[in-house]
Ligand binder design. Structure first.
Ligand code: HEC
Length: 487
């Protein structure tokens, strides 16, 4: 999948997640604010209700209160059945009895602005039609009859939001003085009293809270979005840079491969063209030497001829080794299961002249078999054993020990000698092409590099180690089977 597209999708998901989370928090916060506002309003309604009730009960305990008669306080016709509704003070002032409902109504009429909260007493059985219940109150009274002890509701009347609270009012001993004639007994529900709290002010405050919370959350949301987008830009930039970097690397790699191919081709062509002339040079210099009778020749001419022959030999070997080196990374035939002991035995035969010349003793252990191409395996052992024969046993009789073992799918072979060894610092260099240390067996300095190229191109490793007796060990590994053919 396209990386940038995937990355865009991730950004959209992150933004949506952030928006939903914050939106959820905002809704929750606003709900809390509304609940809090309603709690406050209910508290106000209840405390007002309690005050009204306390006032009514206080007046009831005194059986009503006598006040001077004036235009706004005429005698209450609802109390006409009481013998002492109107009395006269010794000085002749007229007093009349005020019942609790009357007192409270007058107080609210004259001073209701202090409150803002309206109180009301009501019943289905009226002494005064002014106390008639409105539809909401009628509904509440019916619910009291079904046993409810409080009715509380947020309502909208005359387009004004209000909170209404109502509770039943039970008949007590003190009520009977005025209400007994209606047939009430102590404990009867005589009606209900209620309060109404205007909600306009609360709703305004809530609106302000909502606005400020919304702004606050929006700012946080915008900040989050900003950070997400910034991060996104950064990541995108980095992705692009990486892509570019990879493209550059790819181009470089291709250029390298091409250059390597060109150089290899050049080396192949050069070696091919040098092959014939170098061989001829050698053949003709030998021919010339044979033709000249030893006793007749000027020693100077003879030395020169020998010199030519030597260099021609070197040239021929060099061309041959370069070709070997170039081909070392390719199999020289079908890979087959090889008996490595047999391969080593044949190499030993090939090296017989050198072995008898140096008087070397060669000990070969049990060598694990290997799937590989015969030609290259022979060359590897040939190069390494020749190298050992030339370096082994300076002063003493050369001794070469060849051993092998198998570890987790890799075969490890070891060719050790009893020579003077090579100091650690030079060990890596003997595997570099044209690094001649002390004149290798083939004289070209390419022997060990060829062996290394053969081993490494097959997935193995080659290295020099110090042998048990202090000499040098050449150790190399090769996969027991070519990759993909396990089991
Ligand atoms: C001093 C006499 C008096 C006492 C005490 C008194 N009331 Fe009343 N009450 C009245 C009168 C008169 C009215 C009707 C006129 C008015 O609204 O002023 C009334 C009205 C009411 C109403 C409104 C419905 C209606 O009939 O108009 C209720 C409910 C009520 N009283 C309940 C009670 C209860 C419960 C008590 C005892 C806690 C009580 N009253 C104590 C005289 C009294």
């Amino acid at each position: 999948m396209n990386l940038t597209l995937l990355h865009r999708l991730l950004l959209v998901v992150a933004l949506a997640g952030w928006t939903l989370t914050l939106g959820g928090f905002l809704l929750w916060d606003l709900r809390l604010a509304r609940e809090h506002m309603e709690e406050l309003a209910i508290k106000e309604a209840r405390s007002n209700f309690n005050k009204d009730l306390a006032f009514r009960l206080w007046a009831t305990r005194h059986g009503g209160v006598y006040v001077p008669v004036d235009d706004r306080t005429p005698p209450n016709p609802g109390l006409a059945h009481l013998p002492e509704r109107d009395i006269e003070t010794p000085s002749g002032r007229q007093l009349t009895l005020m019942n609790p409902a009357y007192m409270l109504r007058q107080m609210l009429e004259e001073h209701g602005d202090f409150y803002g909260v309206r109180g009301k007493i009501t019943s289905f059985h009226l002494l005064n039609p002014i106390n008639a219940p409105d539809p909401w109150e009628a509904e509440a009274l019916r619910r009291f009859e079904q046993g409810e002890s409080e009715v509380l509701e947020f309502v909208e009347d005359d387009k004004e939001p209000r909170l209404r609270l109502m509770r039943p009012m039970e008949t007590r001993e003190g009520c009977l003085k005025c209400h007994a004639f209606q047939g009430y007994q102590v404990g009867d529900v005589r009606g209900g009293i209620g309060v109404t709290v205007p909600m306009r002010h609360y709703l305004d405050t809530l609106g302000e809270t909502k606005r400020s919370r919304t702004i606050f959350f929006s700012v946080i949301w915008a900040l989050g979005v900003g950070i997400l987008v910034l991060l996104d830009v950064q990541v995108l930039r980095r992705l692009r840079a990486q892509e570019e970097h990879e493209n550059v690397l790819k181009a470089q790699r291709q250029a390298l491969i091409r250059a390597n191919k060109d150089l290899t081709r050049l080396a192949e062509v050069s070696a091919h063209h040098l092959q014939e002339p170098s061989r001829r040079l050698l053949t003709f210099s030998q021919l010339l030497k044979d033709r000249l009778k030893v006793e007749e020749t000027d020693p100077e001419v003879r030395r020169s001829l020998e010199f030519v022959e030597q260099n021609a030999t070197y040239l021929r070997n060099l061309v041959r080794d370069i070709q070997l080196y170039l081909d070392a990374d390719k199999p020289q035939g079908q890979p087959a299961e090889l008996d490595v002991n047999e391969v080593v035995a044949r190499v030993q035969q090939k090296l017989a002249p050198l072995i008898s010349e140096t008087g070397a003793e060669i000990k070969v252990g049990e060598l694990p078999p290997l799937v590989f191409d015969l030609s290259r395996l022979r060359d590897i052992f040939l190069i390494i054993m020749e190298n050992s024969l030339l370096h082994a046993g300076t002063g003493t009789r050369p001794r070469i020990v060849i051993s092998g073992e198998r570890l987790n799918g890799m075969n490890r072979y070891r060719v050790s000698d009893n020579g003077s060894g090579i100091p650690e610092v030079y060990r890596q260099r003997v595997f570099e092409i044209f690094e001649r240390l002390g004149g290798g067996g083939r004289g070209t300095g390419i022997g060990l590099p060829i062996a290394r190229r053969m081993v490494e191109s097959a997935g193995g490793e080659i290295a020099l180690e110090t042998a048990d007796g202090g000499g040098l060990s050449v150790v190399f590994t090769l996969p027991a089977k070519p990759p993909g053919e396990d089991g």
